[in-house]
Structures are given as C-alpha cells and as structure tokens.
Design a protein around this ligand. Structure first.
Ligand code: ACM
Length: 271
C-alpha cells in the first residue's frame, strides 16, 4: 500500500514566504508517501506581466522554496509534487517538481498553457516521463493538461500508477473529467487544486477547490470542499493500477488500435 494525499489551500499572490510557511506548518506531521500541492502555490497565479513573473520565478537549482520543501520531506520521510514558477536561461515555465528528502528529483514543464498564461509563460518543452518512488510510478501534469487526454495516456503507456496534478482550476469540468482519465487509463490521479479568489489590478479569478484522489475505476476516494484548507491522505493499492483489464476480453492498453490514431500525432488538424 502507498499513501497519497494533497494539501489544498489559498495562496496569497506574491507572498512566497508566507505561502511556504503555510505549507511547512500544514505538513509538519504528515504521514504519507507522497503529497501533492497546487499549481504555483508560492507565487500565486494571476501575473500582471512577464516582468512580475520573472521577479517571482526561481531556478530549481537555486530555490530557497524547493530547498525548504526538500528539508520538510527529509524530516517527514515523504515526497512532494508541487507546482512552481521555473526560471531557466531566460525562459519561464509553469512547472511542477517531484521533491524528496535528497532534493528535486524531476521537473515537468506544463505543455498546455491556459488563457493569459500564454502572455507570460513559455510553453513546456519537457517530455512526459514517469519517476519511480518506493516502487510506485509517478507521472506529473499541470492543471489545464487535463483537457488533453493524450497527456494521461502517454503517462499510462509509460506505466504510471499515479498521476500527480497540481492545479489552479477556474473551469468547473476538470474534477469529473479526471474520473474519465482514470477509467480510460486504469490509474490513480491526485488533483490538488487551490481555492479562494485572487484579485489583481487586471482582474480577478475564483478557484474551485475540490481537490481529489480518484481511483482506477473512476471512484472518487476523497474530495475536498471548495472553500477551505484541507490536508487529506488515502491509501492506494498500486497493483490495481497495473491491471488494465476492463472485461474478460478487453485490456485498456493492449486493445488500442494505434494504426487508426495517426491524426492524433499530426501537427495540423487536417488528416
Ligand atoms: C489552469 O491551467 N490553471 C486553468
């Protein structure tokens, strides 16, 4: 068995130290193998422009925030997946990091930028990969990647048992859609969403909370409220994510007919 969870909270824009301290405080006594945090939980989400983002973004190799999370993991003997604004040689990505007691183990850069993110983030350029921790295969995606079933499929094809999904959701479809992503790929997904309203000079956004852990049959194992801090941890059985049979004669992965899916990998919509 493997214990996964999320910490849902409402980060304050630009208050990196305060947001970090909320996370450190909330997770000080966690008993889990892996905890997922929201997308951009330290900087906040609704940037005015690229300059503002640049001032708040960090390189994963020189990040006081990620160092503090790694120390937290070492103290509590667990792993974290967290969103963060990543600075990398003049580019800035909306990324997520797998962090453990020894530091940052892997960084994924969000492939599908949502709405105004396109004004100030660079689109992700990292491949979709799985990482193994404690015998369990972990894949990462970030928020709006949920709308592209290819992402979870590629992770499933690489053997992901659990998809970790830091989010700042504003549309209402994702939580239910993730149940389909889990059913069609036969795996677990942990969506950690923030809640609260971010009010900035250019506008405001309300985030939907309702972080959740979903199982391979689409079962919602736990779902948070839409308006409060919540730390939740559940036990999952990774073996259930390795059985891809859906009837006696059907297997979610080996029944695929990729020769009929070529349009999926064409770069234009015309086939
Ligand atoms: C989103 O991708 N933050 C909606």
């Amino acid at each position: 068995m493997f214990k996964v969870g999320f910490f849902q909270f409402a980060p304050r824009f630009g208050q990196v130290k305060e947001n970090l301290s909320s996370v450190l405080h909330a997770l000080a006594h966690t008993e889990a193998d892996l905890v997922v945090l929201p997308e951009l939980p330290f900087t906040g989400y609704l940037f005015e422009n690229r300059t503002e983002l640049e001032d708040l973004a960090e390189s994963p190799t020189a990040s006081a925030t990620l160092d503090a999370l790694s120390e937290l993991c070492a103290r509590g003997d667990f792993f974290l997946v967290t969103g963060f604004a990543e600075k990398a040689e003049g580019r800035i990505f909306n990324s997520s990091a797998l962090v453990g007691p020894t530091g940052v183990l892997h960084v994924y850069r969000k492939l599908h930028l949502f709405n105004k993110e396109k004004e100030y983030f660079d689109p992700g350029d990292t491949s979709l990969q799985v990482q193994e921790i404690r015998g369990v295969k972990i894949g990462m995606m970030v928020c709006f990647d949920w709308a592209f079933p290819e992402v979870s499929r590629v992770l499933a094809l690489q053997g992901a048992d659990v998809i970790c999904h830091p989010s700042n959701l504003v549309l209402t479809f994702c939580q239910e859609t993730m149940r389909a992503r889990c059913i069609e790929n036969g795996l677990y997904a942990v969506t950690c969403n923030r809640y609260g309203t971010e009010r900035r000079p250019r506008g405001e956004l309300a985030f939907t909370g309702q972080s959740q852990v979903v199982g391979p049959k689409g079962e919602v194992m736990i779902r948070a409220a839409s308006d409060q801090n919540e730390l939740a941890v559940v036990e999952i059985d990774p073996e259930k994510a390795r059985d891809k049979s859906i009837t006696e004669r059907n297997d979610l992965l080996s029944d695929r007919r990729p020769e009929f899916y070529r349009a999926l990998v064409a770069s234009s919509c015309k086939t």
